[in-house]
Write a protein that binds this ligand. Sequence first.
Ligand SMILES: Cc1ncc(COP(=O)(O)O)c(C=O)c1O
Length: 379
Amino acid sequence: MTFDFDTPITRRGTGSIKFDRRPELEPFWVADMDFASAPEILEALHRRVEHGVFGYAQAHEGLNAAVLDYLRTRRSAEVPLEQIIHLGGLVPALSLAARACCGPGEAVLTCTPVYPPFLNVHHDARVALVTVDHGFEDGRWIFDWAAMERAVTRQTRVFLLCNPQNPLGRVFSRAEVMQLALFCEAHDLVLVSDEIHCDLIFDEAATPHVSALNLPPALAKRTITLLSPSKTWNIAGLGYAYAVIPDAALRHRFAATRGHTLSEINALSYYAAEAAYRHGEPWRVALLAYLKTNRDSLVDFIRTRGPELSVVAGDATYLAWLDARSLGVASPAGHWEQRAGLLLSDGASFAWPGWIRFNFGCPHARLMEGLEKLCRALT
Ligand SMILES: Cc1ncc(COP(=O)(O)O)c(C=O)c1O
């Protein structure tokens, strides 16, 4: 089956955060893609809309079965249904985890650069944040274990992991996930593993995803694994994610922390998620081939036309992390906004000023126009 990722779809004027927040700029920032979702998902949504009644919804049997099958076949994890907590988004789960696991005087630990909410959910919990920079060795991003050992304290309660890593695009190896879980065990931390990008790996044979769900039971009992079909099938605006929490006490603590702070989950999102997991595989495979071409074009373009910048090809997802420190400007995103009319994510919000994140989840022609503007504004 062929899918069309090339024909542009006008998103301006559709209430899109990416396009409508700063309509005068060309956006390559927030992490959604400019593609229509998979046809099977659109059909499922049409069927549900045709029903016409949109009262309060709960996860229906078809969704629960699709999630469990997905976990079994794609994540190699046998998960009992009661370990799953459905949510309207993954970011609220990061906040719930911080609030459920940390008390006054305690802290959350994470490695940077990282998706900005990782650096902010500690405010919800009124606890401290400790960060450690990722290292770079032999052409790839790594954990700086020595720095992590120095940074962790007896007050640290939670490690927030992003795997695959946004913005670095790294898929952590089995050895790294295992070492991180042992680090969490040694320091009595809950490991919160955000795996929202795990179905966007370009070469799963070379860089397989190792979920926190694949850890041995003694380590898995201190984990909260967060998943969603939203990034892969471009349905983030519908709002659906889920947490898998094997340990009953931790699960109850996490669930109780919701209180009255979260709304019921969108009735349509459940059906979109079911269709994604049940029928979305051919579209996902085609999408990844398209994104890989985009990634390679971006890396080639930067290396040939923008040698002042540097980039490492990511293993996963449609986000590129560009080193723009040689520009010597405080805000590279501000530079490209003024000089090129581009809207990019500034590294400062990922705790690494001087860098930018570029979203290449768009038609190839639009990507090349954006890169042309990016590199022209270097001179
Ligand atoms: C690592 C990561 N986690 C979570 C999210 C957002 O999740 P949600 O929209 O379900 O809150 C994103 C979106 O870019 C992300 O990159």
